[in-house]
Design a protein around this ligand. Structure first.
Ligand code: PXG
Length: 457
């Protein structure tokens, strides 16, 4: 029996308004229109309280990769809840789900990864990394290696350390961040630049801002570099091909640890198990969350390379860090079922060979629309940018809110995608069929036409 009352949309909206503070939300703006109440979901579709069926072009929040309503995930949770709903992994304890999942994660990741530390979210995973990185260098006898380099407009989470790693200035401004020892360099955003360099030249130049920062801070003071293989929340910034090889070269040359934030790109989003595989980097840490359970339950963690894990195990004594829900048994059981499902249905291969190329080709054709100045998509992670004029390139004034107008037309026509400024981003579930991909593109085109009408009215 459901624990949730049956109520009308209006009742839900009223209670929501009176009692619920939402994440990343301007509440005054929300109260002018009230929240959209999502009541159920199936496959790649979500349904709102009025019964509208909406194609979920964002996989929830980049996480429901296996799609909604997957019975094996539901069964895994139910069975584990009956068997052992909770036990901790502190004080020399462990349980089968956490052990089994640890071994599975080692199998799907690069050979330097044999160990995993669990958390409850991506933010907690990145906080864990800040502590591990600094502890590692302490134990290596180089405590002055303290500074972590990140990038402008990066998103690494909302806890204090994770938000400091992130490069979102508005977040920093609200709470006196970043914390000391975290600095930021350029993001590899070619379309957002003046485009005077070729994409490859620009990618090299962006990577070399890391090298310049290392020299500025002092090579003996830099501990690590963190980056999302493809920046997600910042607007699906796909780096030029030249970027990641140069980042890897710089990390190797200066001996600094490389953190590949796989919270969005992990578990197949780019058509490889991890973004690091897609871009051929060899990270020392991979934080993950979201897609590990396809979002069915909260779980995060950090893949820790042998380079770091061996030192922590050998020299740290007790590492004073952990969460009540580190390796929660029910979340781990769901993750195991989810990874088995991804393997059995060959969803990573499907993105690489089938639905990825299929959607990418159609997505690129959206670039023919007069409003679309750039399209990009790797695996099933894409964006298009709305511009006033293509040639010469003229952007919309942000104040016009064209991205938001387009997003509203998309949703009103049955497709959920997100606006980041004037960029529309897309990350559908891995199970998207060809027919659903066609529907996604047709709806996007229709919403673009409607946006053009609104803007020119
Ligand atoms: N790293 C990356 C790369 C992320 O995208 C986090 C860490 C933090 O994960 P948690 O589980 O603590 O949220 C994220 C989260 C958006 C949006 O609007 C993106 C995220 C979260 C909320 C909103 O695109 N990514």
């Amino acid at each position: 029996m459901s624990a949730i009352e049956k109520r009308s949309r209006q009742e839900w909206q009223e209670l929501d308004k009176n009692h619920h503070l939402h994440p990343f939300t301007d509440h005054k703006e929300l109260y002018e229109q009230r929240s959209r109440i999502i009541t159920r979901a199936d496959g790649v579709y979500i349904f709102d309280a009025d019964g509208n069926k909406i194609l979920d072009g964002m996989s929830g929040l980049w996480c429901v990769n296996a799609g909604y309503g997957r019975q094996e995930l539901i069964d895994a949770a139910t069975e584990q809840m009956k068997e052992l709903p909770y036990y901790n992994n502190f004080f020399q304890c462990a349980h089968p789900p956490v052990i089994e999942l640890s071994a599975m994660l080692q199998e799907v990741s690069q050979p330097q990864f044999n160990r995993v530390f669990f958390a409850g979210s991506g933010s907690e995973s990145n906080d864990t990394i800040v502590r591990m990185v600094r502890t590692y260098w302490d134990l290596m006898g180089q405590p002055e290696r303290h500074t972590i380099i990140s990038r402008d407009n990066a998103y690494h989470g909302s806890t204090v350390a994770a938000a400091s790693l992130g490069g979102m200035k508005a977040m920093h401004k609200q709470s006196g961040l970043p914390i000391p020892g975290i600095v930021h360099v350029d993001q590899p955003y070619w379309f957002g630049s003046d485009q005077s360099l070729s994409p490859d030249e620009f990618g090299l130049a962006a990577a070399r801002t890391i090298e310049a920062k290392i020299k500025e801070v002092g090579a003996d003071k830099v501990a690590a570099f963190i980056g999302e293989p493809v920046q997600g929340a910042g607007g699906v910034i796909v780096p030029p091909d030249s970027y990641w090889p140069e980042v890897q070269r710089i990390c190797d040359e200066y001996g600094i640890l490389l953190i590949s934030d796989e919270v969005i790109t992990g578990f197949g989003r780019l058509g490889e198990w991890f973004g690091a595989d897609y871009f051929s980097t060899r990270p020392d840490f991979m934080p993950f969350a979201k897609g590990v359970t396809s979002g069915y339950l909260p779980l995060g963690g950090v893949m820790v390379s042998d380079r770091v894990a061996d030192v922590l195990i050998d020299k740290a004594g007790e590492f004073f860090h952990g969460y009540t829900y580190s390796g929660h048994p029910v979340a781990c059981a769901v993750a195991i079922a989810n990874l088995k499902l991804i393997q059995r249905d060959q969803l990573v291969e499907r993105i690489h060979d089938d639905i990825g190329p299929y959607l990418q080709q159609k997505w690129a054709a959206l670039g023919d629309h007069p409003l679309v100045g750039d399209t990009r998509m790797v695996g099933l992670m894409g964006a298009f940018e709305l511009v006033k004029n293509k040639s010469p390139l003229e952007r919309f004034d942000d104040k016009q809110g064209v991205g938001g107008i387009c997003r509203d037309h998309l949703i009103a026509n049955g497709l959920c995608m997100r606006a980041v400024g004037n960029t529309i981003i897309c990350a559908p579930p891995f199970i998207l069929s060809h027919a659903e991909a066609d529907e996604l593109i047709e709806t996007a085109w229709k919403a673009l036409d409607l946006t053009q009408k609104t803007v020119s009215a």
